[in-house]
Every structure is written in structure tokens, then in C-alpha cells.
Ligand binder design. Structure first.
Ligand SMILES: C[S@@+](CC[C@H](N)C(=O)[O-])C[C@H]1O[C@@H](n2cnc3c(N)ncnc32)[C@H](O)[C@@H]1O
Length: 489
């Protein structure tokens, strides 16, 4: 018996897979730690432990889940629920009843609380009368954190400080969600891969299933979709993350596009169309255009971010910073960091210097430090293109491809002419086998470079990309990608 017996067992029960190198390494480390803690000497002994002792199995799962989340992640979908779906559901409800929403794979609660905040902003206290939000997750430890509702700065990287002040109270270096919002959300431990016994959950109107399916293979996604279908009312709706639409179009639900957003509906398209003429069902042969549109969906400037932007003025680039930039390009990292520290001592909010520091740290592979510097910049200026590109590169280095994809998309969202972001995005799509999107991104990169290769759209940092080589690579890839059909749909 090897560790793969444990890996298969977890996969079968919870869907989590450890097929890639990083996953395998994580599983090995966690299992080794648990074996040491529980006094099991061999893999077969520990395997017996997890199949006979539910508590140990849960403990192992809690250590293996990936709980990455933050407030108002993919906000356009949350606003769509609050501003479009919920009013429709209420208008179609004859008797007074609850709109029930489930955040499936809610992690530490940022997603269901964000939805509660979006609904509160629109409907105020009245929403208590007709709305119930439940967050479920397989990870019991993370659910305890969700129930406490205490968060550190990292969770607020997607929102401006005004929103934080409106709904949170500071306690030391943490922030406590206020009771109005906290009391709107219940939490429950649940494995979405539940077997024959469906969980005790009242029929639902909306399920948010975002950034969870990326960790599952297709058979698992299919089974989970079937499970979620049983939990939804007949006119219920399933919403997956913006980049996950096609991977979840498995024939269990009907894919619908409305107001530029995609979601899945349980009922047949005829029924939906007769109720809501604005709905459009996507036929299976339109998948390529969905691919293109789901890209546009995220990259086109959408008027959905209702938050006031935290408009901190950029510090004008000083001569000193220009000199430092040159040193970064020449990779003189040893001398540059002390100079940056000195500059930041006098002007701790200097965004240009912070971004430069993050770039140096990233180049030195100090990813955690680098990311925390970028996050501090994004807290002051949510849509800082340089910061988003750096986050994309850090995620790429760490093999977090979906994260990287999202960051480059966000960078393009706030600066469509940023050709390095298009170029990196193209590479990620190519690796994903999303050939249509990859080819499209290479073409956009070429177009932008030909109008002005010097202007990268970046404001504070220079990536020093070799222009002639990039142009050549784009042309080469476009030819290679021609005629290839998308594998990842
Ligand atoms: C990356 S987080 C996504 C959080 C949030 N939905 C978001 O979009 O920010 C994924 C969550 O899914 C949970 N999860 C993984 N497998 C699950 C399963 N079989 N049943 C329920 N939750 C699961 C993990 O514990 C983790 O907290």
C-alpha cells in the first residue's frame, strides 16, 4: 500500500485530488505530520486509522483543503444576484416566502457575508423578512472561523476601506463583522459529494459554487452538479466562478446568459424564456463564443463595481525612483532594497516604491513577502494594474494557474492596453488548452505592441520584456494554435 491509497480514498469521498506535483507534495507532508502526531508508523496503519476513525479523517481533510477566498471576489456576480436575480425571484413568488441562497464551499465566510452585504446595501434590514443565506463547507475548522466573523487585512484585498468601515469593527489587528450581517448567515458542515442520503437543507433558490470546482476532475464535478440539482427548487439557479462556466457545462443544468453574465438554470429553457424574455439559452454549438464572451465578461469595464474607488493619488515618480527602476532592470537587487527601504521610511505610502520593492522581492523568489507588499498597495488602490500583474506573476510562479488567470484578467480590466498582461494570459490559456482564447490573446498582444511596444500600460514597474522575442513568440504561437479545437470546455 502506498500514499496513493489514501489519495484515492480522499478523492472518492470528497472529490479532492492530488494528481499534480504540488498536490502530491502537500498530501505527503500532511500525512507524514498526522502519522507522527497519531503515532502510526506505516501507511497501512494510518490508512486504517482514517477509515475507522471519522475524527481523524476530518482532521486530515481540514489540513488538505484550499481555503483561498476574500470579500467581494468576482463582485459582478454578487451584484447580479442582489440586483437582478433576487428581485425576479421575489416578483415570481406568489406567497410570501424565503429566498434561500447557499454558498457552497464558503471557506471562512467571505463569500456569504459579501452577498449579505450586497443585499443589505440594496434592501436594508427588510431583507431579514425574506432572505436566508447558508454557507456550507467540508472543512470544519474553517467553518468555525466563518462563524466567528473575524478577519485580517488579507480578506479585504478586494474592497475599499469604506466598505470595511461600514460593516466591520476593528479589534486589534483584526476586523469583526457586525451583528447585522453576521446574523444573516448560517453555517453548516457538508460534503458536496454526499452519497445517497441528501442533507437536511430546505429547497434552494440560488447556489453559489465558485472557485470550488477547479479542484475537482470532471466525474466529480458531474456528481456534485447532480447533487446540487436535487437541492434546488425547480426554477433554482447555480452560479459558478467566471472562469469556470464551461468546465461546469456538463448537461445537468441549462446554461443561460443574462446581462453579460453566465449562470445555470435547473428548469427547461422554454419555461425560463416564457417567464423572463430577457434570458437567453446557450446552445451547445455556441461554446466557442461563450469562451470568448466569458473572457470579455471579465475584461470589459463593467459598471458593476458600486463601491467608491479609494482614489489615493500616485506619488509623482522622482528621479531617485527612475534610477532605482533602472537598477531593477539590471537586476542589482542587493543594492536596491536598502535604498527602497530608506525611501519608504520617509514616505511609507509611496506606491511606486512599494511596487518596485514587491517586484524585487518577487524576482528574489520571496513570494510571500512580495505578495504582502502588493496587497498593501491594492488596499489603498484596488485596481492598480502593476499590482495586479505582479499578483498574476506570483501566482504563476506558485503554479496557482487559476489565480494567475484571474489577476491578469483584472489587470486588463483596469488597463486594457497592458500587453504584458495579455501575453501572460495567452500563455495560461494555451497551457489550459483553451486554444481559441490563447490565440485571441496573442493577437491582441501583437496589435497592442504594434501600436506602441514601449507603452506597456504599467505605471510604476518595468518588466523589461524583450520586445522582438515576444513578437516572434506571439506569431509562432498563433500559427501553432490554428485549427486546434478547445479541449477544456
Ligand atoms: C477556494 S475555496 C472557495 C471559497 C469561495 N467560494 C470563493 O469563491 O472565494 C474552496 C472551498 O471549497 C471547500 N470544499 C472542497 N471540497 C469540498 C466538498 N467536497 N464539499 C464541500 N466543500 C468543499 C474547501 O474546503 C474550501 O473552503
Amino acid at each position: 500500500m502506498t500514499i496513493s491509497t489514501i489519495s484515492n480514498h480522499i478523492s472518492q469521498r470528497c472529490g479532492l485530488s492530488f494528481d499534480d506535483a504540488l498536490g502530491e507534495e502537500k498530501l505527503q507532508t500532511v500525512v507524514a505530520n498526522r502519522m507522527q502526531k497519531t503515532g502510526q508508523i506505516t501507511i497501512p496503519e494510518y490508512f486504517n486509522q482514517i477509515i475507522s476513525n471519522e475524527e481523524e479523517f476530518q482532521c486530515l481533510i481540514n489540513l488538505l483543503t484550499i481555503n483561498e477566498t476574500y470579500f467581494f471576489r468576482e463582485p459582478e456576480q454578487l451584484h447580479f444576484v442582489a440586483d437582478q436575480l433576487v428581485p425576479k425571484l421575489l416578483a415570481h413568488t406568489k406567497e410570501k416566502q424565503f429566498v434561500r441562497i447557499l454558498s457552497a464551499g464558503c471557506s471562512s465566510g467571505e463569500e456569504p457575508y459579501s452577498l449579505a452585504m450586497a443585499l443589505w446595501q440594496r434592501y436594508g434590514e427588510d431583507m431579514r423578512q425574506w432572505c436566508e443565506i447558508t454557507g456550507i463547507d467540508i472543512d470544519s475548522t474553517i467553518l468555525n472561523n466563518a462563524r466567528k466573523g473575524m478577519y485580517r487585512g488579507f480578506s479585504f484585498r478586494g474592497i475599499p476601506t469604506e466598505i470595511r468601515s461600514q460593516f466591520f469593527e476593528q479589534r486589534g489587528d483584526e476586523w469583526q463583522i457586525n451583528n447585522d450581517i453576521r446574523s444573516l448567515v448560517k453555517f453548516q458542515e457538508l460534503n458536496l459529494l454526499f452519497g445517497k442520503n441528501p442533507p437536511n437543507i430546505e429547497p434552494l433558490d440560488i447556489i453559489l459554487f465558485r472557485n470550488v470546482s477547479i479542484y475537482f476532475d470532471e466525474p466529480t464535478r458531474l456528481q456534485i452538479q447532480k447533487n446540487m440539482r436535487t437541492l434546488l427548487k425547480e426554477d433554482g439557479v447555480l452560479i459558478v466562478g467566471c472562469t469556470e462556466t464551461l468546465a461546469n457545462d456538463l448537461g445537468v443544468f441549462n446554461l443561460i446568459k443574462e446581462d453579460g453574465l453566465f449562470y445555470f438554470s435547473k428548469s427547461k429553457p422554454e419555461i425560463i424564456e416564457s417567464h423572463h424574455p430577457g434570458f437567453k439559452q446557450i446552445s451547445p454549438d455556441k461554446k466557442n463564443s461563450v469562451l470568448a464572451e466569458s473572457f470579455e465578461l471579465v475584461t470589459d469595464p463593467l459598471p458593476v463595481l458600486t463601491f467608491p474607488k479609494n482614489c489615493q493619488e500616485q506619488v509623482p515618480a522622482s528621479i531617485c525612483l527612475d534610477e532605482l527602476r533602472k537598477q531593477v532592470e539590471e537586476q542589482q537587487y542587493d543594492t536596491i532594497l536598502p535604498q527602497l527601504e530608506e525611501l519608504l521610511e520617509n514616505d511609507s505610502q509611496n506606491q511606486d516604491a512599494l511596487l518596485l520593492k514587491a517586484q524585487v522581492l518577487m524576482n528574489q523568489k520571496e513570494f510571500i513577502l512580495s505578495e504582502s507588499v502588493v496587497r498593501s498597495v491594492l488596499q489603498a488602490e484596488t485596481w492598480n494594474v502593476d499590482g495586479l500583474v505582479l499578483l498574476g506573476l506570483i501566482a504563476k510562479w506558485n503554479q496557482q494557474m487559476d489565480e494567475a488567470l484571474n489577476h491578469f484578467k483584472q489587470a486588463i480590466y483596469c488597463e486594457p492596453s497592458c500587453w504584458p498582461a495579455h501575453y501572460y494570459l495567452a500563455g495560461l490559456y494555451r497551457k489550459n488548452s483553451s486554444h481559441t482564447q490563447a490565440s485571441r490573446e496573442y493577437r491582441i498582444t501583437l496589435q497592442l505592441m504594434s501600436s506602441s511596444s514601449e507603452t506597456t500600460g504599467l505605471k510604476s514597474i518595468s518588466l523589461g520584456l524583450p520586445i522582438a522575442e515576444i513578437r516572434h513568440l506571439c506569431e509562432y504561437q498563433i500559427v501553432q494554435l490554428e485549427g486546434l479545437t478547445d479541449c477544456r470546455i
